[in-house]
Design a protein around this ligand. Sequence first.
Ligand SMILES: [Zn+2]
Length: 156
Amino acid sequence: MVRAYEEWFGGYAIDPAHVLGRTFEGAGYHDIVLLRDIPVRSVCEHHMAPIRGVAHVAYLPGERVVGISKLARLVDAFARRLQIQERLTQEIAHTLDRVLQPRGVAVVIRAAHECIASRGVDMQGVAMMTRCLLGRFEREPFRREILSTLNAPAGT
Ligand SMILES: [Zn+2]
């Protein structure tokens, strides 16, 4: 049990800003970078019940870009803690914004919470969506652009 908990809550031992590691010259690429369907495995801080879902993380590069695997590791570093989905979404967005200083950041998380799926209101198949849009993604035209991209079905 101790080993399992060390893994589930391993995010406390990780500095999320450090996870992003080195950034690179963007080679003049200034359009949207988007990593979709990053698995989210977290634990809700109210019930210590599992949260399972996916995160989509996008940014609009300034001068620098970051390795795409680092975006997934950033999500994981914050997810492997006691969380509420709202804070998880914002922590990912604000850390990416602070470290990489892109022109915009968008994070969307869709997740199911075991604390409502198996007790209380007892609802299976209910998903919660949260999002955090920063910089250029807060305003048109990038706001509409990123939201329609994120709402497109997987595989398009
Ligand atoms: Zn809960």
